[in-house]
Design a binder for this molecule. Sequence first.
Ligand code: RAT
Ligand code: ZN
Length: 422
Amino acid sequence: MHTGISDRRRAQLAEQVDRTVHETPVFDIHTHLYDPAFGPLLLYGIDDLLTYHYLVAEVFRYSSLPYADFWRLPKKEQADHIWEHLFVRHSPISEACRGVLTTLQSFGLEVGPRELPRIRQWYAEQTPEAFVNLCFETANLRQVCMTNSPFDPLERPLWEKGFTRDERFVGGLRIDPVLLDWPNVVPQLQDDDDAIQSELNQETFDGIRRFLEKWTQILKAHYLMVSLPPSFQYPDKGPITQILDRAVLPHCREHHLPLALMIGVKRAVNPALQLAGDGMGRSDLQALESLCQAHPSNSFLCTVLARENQHELCVIARKFPNLHVFGCWWFTNIPELINEMTRLRLELLGLSVTPQHSDARVLDQVIYKWRHSRQIIASVLTEKYVDLEGTGWTVSQEEIQRDVQSLLGGEFERFCNQTGFP
Ligand code: RAT
Ligand code: ZN
């Protein structure tokens, strides 16, 4: 194929880009990890890797064990069951299975012999503090953003009591129940502020703002976030529009905080699968367009779950500088779609995107999620530079570094720090 540049230059670019992408520390902007001060809430280890909800969903493709019997098993036996069906009786080629192997390999563990007890033994020898460092180093992570919910009875007490923060774990305020479960959430909100009533009036909106204010400060939240169903509409006559307009968006404006919208999840499509039971659907992104248009001084982060919505999302971002596209979320976090979505985004939005986040729930997962994604980001970026150099343009190592830093968190930070939009 004629590209206008020599094979030698192409190989050199590939090597430079690959090295830079792997050597540049990443800011992982959406995870479900916790500051180590949360103790057992920060999951790690082989049994948590194997019982990741992505793998729970997959095991029932093969196993006919009744759901309830699976859930009754202790975690270690659930892990054994998943190992047996997904790794021993079948080749582990799905992305979530392969991820376990990439992770183990990165620790120098031999996966070929399929010896789960030896792997467990290695993990038993790790101490939590050293293991956090090991994962950050191996994944080349700079910081991770947590998903913090004041509605979670496990994490809330520690936030209220206070603790010394590990600066690598930054806060993100999750507000799903406020938007999606009105008015059932009211009694919980009243624990913080009894001015909040079911009726959506000025007093209630002020109370919600005080609640958001309190938790933004406690968490030192970098942004607010919500996962929304494919049926999400904006504006409409329901509570979501009112709470967004009168409480959440004014709060975000006042504090210069983005609101992250993750759109397209259908919760509990199969409730027997518990956390693994959520599905997805195509969304009407008119809602997003209307939000960006109606609130030009608010900033929005957005990722969408349906492949069919990806192109439209990029086009909306071209129209609205207050929208930042991020990550290959959940069911789109597979090599085929990461490749497609990263190309689509770079071709439509240049470097003004954050192509990936990990969504890790188990610390060790940051290793495979980033190793796999970095490989794809590097190959897409190389191809783009090859195309550029085919025109006679040249790309320096400094420029490659600058661009990669943008993609791995720099552009996200710039967007978050931006205090005004055109
Ligand atoms: O990717 C996941 O683990 C999902 O369960 C969700 O947590 C999703 O990412 C979300 O944040 O709603
Ligand atoms: Zn998530």
